[in-house]
Design a protein around this ligand. Structure first.
Ligand SMILES: [Zn+2]
Ligand SMILES: [Zn+2]
Length: 158
């Protein structure tokens, strides 16, 4: 995605509506690696600009997607995510917290759609699933806190 300033320029040139609300969205999306949903953007935007409508968010996202400034990411759990990173990449999804991270695949996976006779495959999407670094760490600290009361009890008993 282009910078908010460049986008404002493009919107002006295309004579698209350029409002402070839209410019706020450009700012929120620029360098945003969290793959937000329209609703989560709405939530954040509302805090900074009360009164902004979900409709404006959808409209702006739609326009940016049409202009190829954003891509839509569907990781199969319903909500469409928006990704300003237009370079070719895949996604890692944390099953624990739902965070989505960009993953670069250096070589294209050699997959062939076995039963896809007559299908023209244009793109292969890979979603990695597991637990993100934060959730992995959280698990480890939970284990230690779980262990310590047990240790204390044991000490008391002896
Ligand atoms: Zn996680
Ligand atoms: Zn991404």
């Amino acid at each position: 995605m282009r910078t908010p300033t460049e986008l404002a320029q493009v919107f002006r040139e295309k004579q698209l509506k350029l409002t402070p609300q839209r410019q706020l969205l450009f700012n929120l999306l620029h360098d945003n690696e969290s793959h937000p949903t329209a609703e989560s953007l709405f939530e954040i935007a509302s805090k900074q600009m009360p009164g902004i409508s979900l409709r404006t968010i959808y409209q702006t996202l739609g326009e940016l997607a049409e202009m190829k400034e954003l891509q839509l990411v569907d990781i199969g759990n319903g909500a469409t995510r928006f990704d300003p990173n237009m370079s070719e990449h895949q996604h890692f999804v944390c099953d624990s917290c739902g965070a989505i991270h960009d993953v670069d695949i250096t070589s294209a996976p050699k997959l062939r759609a076995g039963s896809a006779d007559g299908f023209a495959v244009e793109e292969i999407g890979v979603v990695f699933r597991g637990r993100c670094g934060r959730c992995n760490q959280g698990d480890q600290s939970r284990q230690t806190t779980k262990r310590s009361p047990g240790l204390q009890a044991k000490n008391k008993a002896s």
